[in-house]
Design a protein around this ligand. Structure first.
Ligand SMILES: [Zn+2]
Length: 404
């Protein structure tokens, strides 16, 4: 383990005067290794910090071959520079990370739930627990006990020890990164937890502010437990309040009745869609019959505001009516054009080859089988497609028989 960096010695330090020790470019990305840094590199479940190096944005911080590389928006000279930490982002990480130490310790000691992994995401955090299922009552108890330890304002401290000292200490997790050499860093929540960790932590549990459990999901025989802590709770609650306010206005219901109001609206919508489908079926039947009664070997119609599904309904119905002609149908909805060719019940027309020719004229694509061919394309050349269908020579389209 290398000498402690500024982020480890003084996790609340936000600015540092630094010199550039090494620079390079990897995959087009300039980077710099500094003589010291207040920026924490990604590791141990805690994301990398962000900041500014002499005003140049630091986009990421990663350990590569034991050196801390600051990935930069543009190359820098050797300095010296002021290195500034994005403190809001870091403090959020310190709140989530320290909250996780506390949550893990209380879950293990009071409920027997061991933590096997930790994720600190941009919105929520979670711990993976080696327990197949957790009860709602136990979760409430866990949240209450964590809250009590936050109020207790227990000091959080960190120190380095030699590996041989570890054995005599009640360290919760003795897991060390592969290839670890030298001192081991310990983090202690007074009276609660002693753990190995290289991350950045708060000074006391009171700075966590609060921890809220959000829910669980099953995971490979264990349980993933979601939570947020500190400022995230206030931001999240603010988001919930804003959303609830909009929903109250939209639905005309108080918070306690929002879910029921949505259920009622969804039931209404479902009924309305059923009625709409029935009306469209009736309309499609009527349109098909009107078309079949039309003059000439090719009848046509355009349906503005209708998509291919509606054309298919009209076309299918048309194929069941005993006429020898073909119907050329187009529709346009939300700027997309669709077309369909349907052969009448007594037609012998090969709609597949005709359909392919129409698709060509419309600059689109399509496919078909039996008496239907459908596709999508621009309707700018609709007139030309219709002309092509009407002028087509050949015995396969005879004039429409009179409809009885
Ligand atoms: Zn930690």
């Amino acid at each position: 383990m290398s000498a402690p960096r500024a982020f480890e010695r003084e996790p609340y330090l936000t600015e540092l005067s630094v010199r550039v020790a090494e620079t390079g470019i990897e995959n087009g990305q300039p980077w710099a290794v500094l003589d010291d840094t207040v920026l924490y590199p990604e590791g141990g479940g805690q994301p990398a910090d962000r900041g500014l190096l002499g005003g140049v944005p630091v986009l990421d911080v990663q350990v590569v071959d034991g050196a801390i590389r600051h990935l930069l928006a543009s190359p820098v000279s050797e300095g010296p520079f002021e290195l500034q930490l994005d403190w809001n982002r870091r403090f959020d990480h310190m709140q989530q990370h320290t909250a996780q130490h506390l949550l893990t310790a209380v879950a293990a000691d009071r409920l027997g739930w061991e933590t096997t992994a930790f994720h600190l995401g941009p919105e929520t955090c979670d711990v993976e627990l080696a327990v197949a299922s957790v009860g709602a009552g136990d979760l409430l108890r866990l949240e209450d006990e964590v809250a009590a330890e936050i109020r207790a304002a227990r000091p959080v401290t960190q120190r380095r020890v030699r590996p041989d000292e570890m054995g005599s200490l009640p360290v919760r997790s003795r897991g060390l990164p592969e290839g670890h050499e030298g001192d081991v860093r310990l983090v202690e929540i007074e009276g609660i937890d002693l753990n190995t960790c290289g991350g950045t932590h708060l000074r006391a549990t009171s700075e966590i502010e609060a921890l809220k459990l959000l829910g669980t999901e099953k995971l490979r025989g264990g349980t993933r437990l979601f939570f947020v802590a500190g400022g995230r709770i206030r931001r999240r609650l603010g988001g919930h309040e804003e959303r609830s306010g909009r929903l109250r206005v939209l639905l005309g219901a108080p918070d306690s009745g929002l879910a029921e109001a949505v259920e009622a609206k969804l039931a209404q919508l479902s009924d309305a869609l059923k009625a709409l489908r029935a009306a469209e079926e009736a309309l499609a039947d009527a349109k098909a019959e009107t078309l079949a009664a039309g003059e000439g070997p090719v009848v046509e119609a355009h349906f503005d505001g209708y998509d291919l599904a509606f054309l298919q309904r009209v076309g299918k119905r048309f194929t069941t009516i005993g006429v020898p002609g073909i119907a050329f149908l187009t529709g346009s909805k939300d700027g997309a054009g669709a077309f369909l060719l349907a052969a009448g019940g007594t037609s012998t027309v090969d709609v597949r080859s005709l359909g392919a020719a129409v698709a060509d004229v419309l600059g689109g694509r399509g496919g078909g089988s039996g008496k239907l061919f459908q596709g999508k394309g621009s309707l700018a050349a609709r007139k030309e497609a219709l002309g092509m269908l009407r002028e087509r020579p050949g015995p396969d389209v005879s004039p429409l028989a009179s409809v009885p």
